[in-house]
Write a protein that binds this ligand. Sequence first.
Ligand SMILES: *[C@@H]1O[C@H](CO)[C@@H](O)[C@H](O)[C@H]1NC(C)=O
Length: 336
Amino acid sequence: MKSTSIIVLLALIGYSSQVTRHPVRQELVEEIKLKAESWTPVETHQNLLRDVHPDKIKSRLGNLGFQEGSLISKLMSYLPFKTKFLGNHNHEHNAKSSHKKLQSPMLQDIFPQSFDFREQHPTCLREIRDQLDCGACWAFSSSGMLADRICKATDGKVNLEFSPQDMVACSMDNYGCQGGYLMNSIDFLMNDGVVIDKCQPYRNALNKCEYSCTDKTIPYKKHYCRPGSLKIMTTAEEFKQELLTNGPFIVSLTVYEDFINYGNGTYTYIAGEIIGGHAMKMMGWSTENGKTVWLLQNQWSDQWGEKGFIKILEGEIGIDSIGISCQPELNSEESK
Ligand SMILES: *[C@@H]1O[C@H](CO)[C@@H](O)[C@H](O)[C@H]1NC(C)=O
């Protein structure tokens, strides 16, 4: 009896570890080195995520609307604001975008060859954050966008760090550390607003929504996006125009296993399965061989990628399928 159950147990363990392979594995890194022309993977022993269980890596990828990159959800994004994306339809999103963007040479010419928000607004820099084991990319990227935009709009005078924890705990249309939707994140910034990070520091876990600061000496104050200022960008031209005029915004992308091994250079999909959906902050672009390379800020610490950033070639992993933004409510910022 006893030995039978042990065998059954071992069989189950063996089975489950085969099902979820670790994205940080030597064979994948070797394949990337062989095939990738524009980027370099990190060595497995140097990869910060090597000891993180694959399920935990998966749970970090908290953009539940990552099918936003697909055509169906792209259409759905034009439906009224409150509409939720379905989180469960089969994504048939290809790593390489099939819909070629129509970029007329004339339109291309009106934009500079490169743009980096960090260089244009050095007084708006803040430290690169780390979402740790919580699937709160939606909260980090959207609150970070609001902070950048307030900073840009005030010429660097107001540079605040906002609290993703406030969004994790209080955004009832999202799922805390289980993930969230980008549209609902914008909705929260407009209707509920977000407090500064010092008011509700990051906990890497869900907690009950609190309407006061953890440190009672800090005044409880919300910071908002202007109602009705939601904007959706779907072309490279709109992306560039938005960066130049209004600043960083949030984008949705599909994460494949090779992404977890990114070290430096310009990412293109090489190999591996889909792990999940992710959101990051669009920060700029450059031009390589006539193609646009997007510059994005991740929130997996400054040890990840290029000092916390990644460059991604246009059309890859849904990176330029959809961008979402809102405008800061500045009245309350200036009255302080
Ligand atoms: C990545 O960094 C290494 C070492 O700093 C450098 O030699 C290499 O050229 C870089 N690769 C790319 C694709 O930028």
